[in-house]
Write a protein that binds this ligand. Structure first.
Ligand code: DX5
Ligand code: ZN
Length: 228
């Protein structure tokens, strides 16, 4: 099986005045990558940060940690080159935010980043499917994007299951309300890249939470390969 279990803490709910330190702390606690939430106040009703912050973060944390940029912005085309120059590794844009996904995918690849494609809860997985062969990762949102700490939407799991059945080696990410209470459903459905914000960052013991999430996904992947 081509894909592996990866846990990417979302630092949205961390102490943003200490972002560099918080990212280091997550990596020290066993994170496989960092999920960085960019919000522009248009695509979602909230604002976070942009490429200047990412550039500083890269300088602070060194070349190794993988930055998955979750671009909750209205004009994703605008930030491809600046994000690449700032040190982003993957550019995950929303299908709802662009009229020309094919061109955007091409631009992201040409800039040297991996391609992630995200869908909001109201977008069907059939709308994403035509692009699945051209992307590195599909992100199925399990909350309405915009804020951390929301309730996990279990009714998004059929989207994950369908994607896993159609695209057996695609990286599939879930994001929103994912933690020890909801990880089993995500893993059984076939998600392998797990974003977890408040459940990890606000925990007294992030290392244990990350390990728990990862073990559940590893077990589900092993079970899936035995069942095949
Ligand atoms: C929501 C963001 C998520 C969020 C996850 O719009 O995309 O990445 O920070 O945080 P939790 O896990 O707390 O829902
Ligand atoms: Zn996110």
């Amino acid at each position: 099986m081509a894909y592996t279990a990866k846990i990417g803490p979302s630092i949205l709910s961390s102490d943003l005045s200490q972002l560099g330190r918080e990212c280091e702390r997550m990596m020290e606690c066993g994170a496989d990558y960092l999920h960085l939430d960019v919000m522009d106040g248009h695509f979602v009703p909230n604002i976070t940060f942009g490429h200047p912050m990412v550039e500083c973060l890269r300088r602070c944390i060194g070349p190794d940690p993988f930055f998955d940029m979750h671009m909750m912005v209205s004009r994703p085309e605008q930030w491809v080159k600046p994000m690449s120059a700032a040190g982003a590794n993957q550019y995950t844009f929303h299908l709802e935010a662009t009229t020309n996904p094919g061109n955007l995918i091409k631009e992201i690849r040409e800039s040297g980043m991996k391609v992630g494609l995200a869908i909001k809860p109201g977008t069907t997985v059939e709308e994403l499917a035509p692009w699945a062969g051209q992307i590195d990762m599909a992100l199925v949102m399990t909350v309405e994007p915009g804020f951390g700490g929301q309730k996990f939407m279990e009714d998004m799991m059929p989207k994950v299951s369908w994607l896993r059945s159609q695209f057996p080696s695609l990286d599939i990410e879930v994001d929103g309300g994912v933690g020890p209470d909801s990880i089993h459903r995500c893993a059984e459905a076939g998600a392998n890249m797990i974003v977890s914000g408040s459940a990890v960052v606000s925990s007294d013991d992030p290392r244990s939470v990350i390990a728990l999430l990862k073990n559940v996904v590893i077990e589900a992947i092993q079970k899936r390969s035995l069942d095949r």
